[in-house]
Design a protein around this ligand. Structure first.
Ligand code: AMP
Ligand code: MG
Length: 491
């Protein structure tokens, strides 16, 4: 079989609309080939959704694409330019270790970026080697797929290949490349990059492209750029509320790690909270807790304000008026977040309608959980089944009192007991990717080449609202003796 024929069989149908943007937005850049690629993880259901042939992609020719050793037909590989506020400081960035192969057009006519992460140096690599190591790429695979299972918008993971080459960090680590799938990789930082150049035409081209790609229905509005701001605020208010509801801590909410599509992106130092504590931080470099659990809501607003600033020149010629328009939209973020979050919390408590004291009911529960250091996920799971799992909490008089108020609230609503119960089951995950479980799976894969632990974990995480008996062993928090969990960026 010829190579072109092989590639046709794999189902790649790539377009390159991003490369039609002004040239300053990217650099043409091929991946750097690797020595001995080996497919270590492949996402068959996702391949099928993308219209790819799962079997052919696992052959040598298919794997060569995931390794960056072959460029599939139709691909015009490039690295994207962007800027970003990193812990509050604006920096010029860009894909330092990622390459966009193109946009896969699915059989349903949807468009998804196909990006290789860890595929070699680019003009934006700064001092870095452009590479990634196996553990963090598998970690991104596990957590992004877990987020998808939880119903949270996210980039996905199609494949991980080990490269057969070491990457040099504190010690030598096995190298790997992740194939990331995203609605797009346009970030708040991409707009900051365009606005920072002071090139209004380029900024307008980016905004028009983004509208066409993500929000086509607003293109004919009277003020499409104002609508763009509204849409992005809406998406992020919804996304960050969803993170809060499952106890997800992103860890590095720099503006370059906030998408315009509303997908979660950049699984570096993220982790799920066990004990409910609003001040929880896992990231080793987040010393001031800028991106702590409770700060994700205000930081979302801060990042959106940076996005709004980039649009000012497009909103109105009169800059005072433009600022006023942007400020008005920004004032909608907190109420939008709050209504998304409260709706989600009502669902977690099996409540289908609205009463004015609902927020207090939720806040009272969270206070009791915090004071008793209760496990976040398991408290809601226990409430769902009315099983006192965490006895430290369930024996407390203040909790008993709260439960009576809650039961009375549930009894007052129109929904039947069964409807309320089903709502709770569908809103309270039984399993989340607990840090100790993720570490166990990674150690087994990276140290011993045994992927069975990770496979089992991924299977359980694909159905987190299943509440199946075989999931129970994945529900326990880490042993109390465990040291505080620490996560790391960009490793
Ligand atoms: P992150 O903290 O993962 O969002 O990364 C911040 C920036 O550093 C991005 O522009 C990355 O592309 C870049 N980067 C991270 N690791 C590397 C690396 N090993 N080589 C080159 N660039 C990198
Ligand atoms: Mg990033």
């Amino acid at each position: 079989m010829t190579k072109a024929h092989d590639q046709a069989l794999t189902g790649w149908h790539l377009e390159n609309s991003y490369s039609r943007l002004p040239a300053s937005f990217f650099s043409i850049q091929k991946p750097t080939p690797v020595q001995a690629p080996k497919l270590v993880k492949f996402n068959e259901p996702l391949a099928a959704e993308l219209g790819l042939d799962a079997e052919d992609l696992q052959t040598d020719v298919g794997v060569a694409v995931f390794a960056g050793n072959e460029i599939p037909e139709g691909s015009e590989p490039l690295a994207q330019a962007y800027a970003g506020h990193q812990f509050g400081n604006l920096t010029m960035l860009g894909d330092g270790r990622a390459i966009l192969l193109g946009e896969q057009i699915t059989p349903q006519d949807e468009r998804f970026d196909i990006q290789l992460k860890g595929s070699g140096r680019t003009p934006y690599s700064r001092g870095g080697d452009g590479r990634a190591s196996l553990g963090p790429m598998l970690r991104e695979y596990i957590i992004s797929e877990a987020m998808h299972g939880l119903g949270i918008p996210t980039t996905r993971s199609l494949a991980v290949v080990s490269t057969g080459e070491p990457v040099i960090r504190e010690t030598d680590l096995p190298g790997a490349i992740l194939t990331r799938v995203a609605a797009s990789h346009i970030r708040v930082g991409t707009f900051q990059y365009a606005a920072g150049k002071g090139d209004v035409e380029a900024l307008k081209a980016l905004a028009d492209y983004t509208i066409q790609r993500h929000f086509p229905s607003i293109a004919t509005n009277d003020h499409p750029y104002l609508s763009l701001l509204q849409e992005v605020i809406k998406q992020q208010a919804s996304l960050i509320a969803k993170w809060q509801l499952v106890g997800f801590i992103h860890g590095v909410m720099n503006t370059d790690n906030m998408t315009i599509s509303g997908e979660t992106i950049d699984y570096g130092p993220c982790a799920f909270m066990n004990t409910y504590d609003p001040a929880t931080v896992f990231s080793s470099i987040d010393r001031n807790g800028r991106y702590a659990y409770a700060n994700q809501r205000p930081i979302g607003g801060w990042n959106l304000a940076r996005f709004a600033e980039t649009l000012l020149q497009l909103l109105d010629k009169d800059q005072d008026k433009a600022v006023e328009m942007a400020q008005h939209e920004m004032s909608q973020y907190m109420p939008l977040f709050q209504s998304n979050w409260l709706a989600g919390m009502r669902a977690k408590l099996g409540i289908v309608d609205e009463e004015k004291d609902d927020e207090k009911l939720v806040e009272d529960l969270l206070d009791i959980m915090e004071n008793n250091r209760a496990d976040y996920t398991n408290t809601f799971r226990a409430l769902t089944y009315n099983k006192p799992e965490d006895s430290a909490l369930f024996d407390k008089p203040e909790f008993e009192k709260w439960k009576k108020t809650w039961q009375a609230r549930r009894d007052r609503q129109q929904a039947s007991k069964e409807e309320s119960q089903t709502l709770m089951e569908n809103s309270n995950p039984a399993v989340i990717p607990r840090n100790h479980r993720v570490e166990e799976a990674l150690e087994s894969a990276v140290e011993h080449g045994d992927y069975s632990v990770m496979e089992k974990l991924l299977d359980v995480l694909s159905n987190p609202y299943g509440h199946k008996t075989e999931q129970e062993e994945y529900c326990s928090p880490p042993p109390a003796s465990s040291l505080p969990y620490k996560t790391y960026c960009g490793t």
